[in-house]
Write a protein that binds this ligand. Structure first.
Ligand SMILES: Nc1ncnc2c1ncn2[C@@H]1O[C@H](COP(=O)(O)OP(=O)(O)O)[C@@H](O)[C@H]1O
Ligand SMILES: [Mg+2]
Length: 412
């Protein structure tokens, strides 16, 4: 039976799991501010100032990605089984306990680090060095595991008594609608579904992305700014600037998805600061943002350059890598909007603008590369190709696309 974790019983639980002894003093913090709605998180400080993050999954709110805590546990088993992956262990946070029956996971809490999302929110400052560290870190994860069968097979392990037929493809559009939608979301959010269904090109672009999804390395699969921690003395250190946490969606996946998801999270800073007025066109609103795209562009550029510098071979394997990254950024924005509707029951005109930007990224990726990074694809790739002496890759021949029928809202 599921034991509902609370600040009252957590110490008792840790004691039973032999993670705490009576000599340790303790204090328990209520839920952490950066937590998502899907988990219940408690921060426990033990007497020796050692801090543990105790997480319990709220089972009813599953986002479609099954076995979430199991995935993070499996990822840590992978790191233990293959010590050669030490560079990846160094960018994560150690999992010290997993209780499948009660859906509880315990991690070492990194008290010297702060959440990157909060750092940006509090400072309105986007130093490119931070994005460079992130790009290099993610590239390390992808490069070290790229096309390594032994790691893929290990990550294919399913929880006891269950099956994992294949890896979860996160390139998913909006699920088919049923009349229940009218009771499940606020009235304003229906615009989101109507817009989505009015533009077939959008659905086609997502179907194409799902078809082109190429699982080839270990991916984090939930890289947003709240799942990246920044060292509090980042400006005085040469390394260990960032750590990646929350590996619950981690699996064998497509590297373009990780980068795209993270870029979407950066773009959200810009898109949440738009000036919205019925007299303004989308273009004008985008120009009048309190945090303009130009403020985050140097970070986006630093991120992609650092990534490609540390993992240039990806360009030989994936000639369309940049376009796919941009499309996944569009999809990432759509997924964020879906979560806001689902968990916060909220959708407003700013969100509508974000949806339109997402549509552009998904349906016009080549043009959008220039909008997002401020330079063309050639300007990003060519210096890299020269520096790393990359062979110019041949474009793969495309096969027939697969599309599917969906229930449509009236008016589309
Ligand atoms: N190991 C850790 N060290 C420091 N802070 C952490 C650690 N793990 C989580 N946090 C903080 O707690 C928040 C929620 O943790 P996370 O694992 O991302 O939970 P959720 O699944 O609810 O998103 C993070 O955004 C971060 O601020
Ligand atoms: Mg998180």
């Amino acid at each position: 039976m599921l034991l509902p974790l609370s600040s009252q019983n957590v110490i008792q639980y840790l004691q039973a799991a032999e993670l705490y002894s009576l000599e340790d003093g303790n204090s328990v913090n209520p839920e952490l501010p950066g937590s998502s709605k899907k988990n219940f998180n408690l921060l426990v400080t033990l007497g020796n100032n050692h801090q543990l993050l105790v997480k319990q999954e709220r089972r009813q709110a599953n986002d479609g990605n099954p076995h979430e805590f199991f995935n993070e546990w499996l990822f840590h088993q992978l790191l233990r089984q293959f010590p050669v992956l030490g560079n990846i262990a160094a960018i994560a946070s150690l999992v010290i306990h997993f209780d499948e029956d009660n859906s509880i996971l315990v991690r070492n809490y990194l008290s010297e680090y702060l959440e990157l999302g909060s750092f940006y929110q509090n400072n309105y400052n986007f130093p490119p060095e931070i994005a460079t560290a992130i790009g290099t870190t993610i590239a390390g994860l992808h490069r070290t595991t790229f096309q390594r069968r032994e790691y893929r097979d290990f990550m294919a392990t399913a929880p006891e008594g269950q099956y994992r037929y294949n890896f979860y493809n996160p390139a998913q559009g909006i699920e088919s609608l049923t009349p229940d939608i009218f009771g499940a979301v606020p009235k304003e959010a229906l615009q989101f579904y109507t817009f989505y269904q009015c533009y077939e090109s959008l659905e086609f672009a997502i179907a194409d992305l799902a078809y082109e999804w190429k699982p080839c390395c270990l991916t984090h699969n939930d890289l947003n700014l709240n799942n990246i921690l920044l060292h509090s003395r980042w400006d005085k250190l040469d390394n260990c600037l960032v750590r990646l946490i929350d590996w619950e969606a981690c699996a064998w996946g497509d590297p373009a998805f990780d980068l795209g998801t993270l870029i979407a999270s950066y773009l959200r800073i810009w898109l949440s600061s738009l000036l919205i007025d019925s007299m303004l066109e989308l273009e004008e609103s985008l120009q009048l943002a309190v945090i303009p795209l130009e403020a985050i562009q140097p970070s986006l550029m630093a991120l992609i350059q650092a990534y490609l510098n540390a993992f240039p071979a990806i360009l030989e394997h994936r000639p369309d890598f940049l376009e796919r990254v941009i499309q996944f950024a569009g999809l990432g924005l759509i997924h964020q909007l879906q979560k806001t509707i689902k968990y916060r029951q909220h959708f407003d005109n700013t969100d509508m603008c974000a949806l339109q930007v997402a549509q552009n990224l998904l349906t016009m990726p080549e043009k959008s590369v220039q909008t997002i990074f401020g330079v063309t694809k050639a300007e990003i790739i060519e210096p890299m190709a020269k520096q790393h002496q990359l062979a110019q890759p041949q474009k793969e021949q495309k096969l027939v696309r697969l599309y599917y029928e969906k229930t449509r809202l009236r008016g589309c």
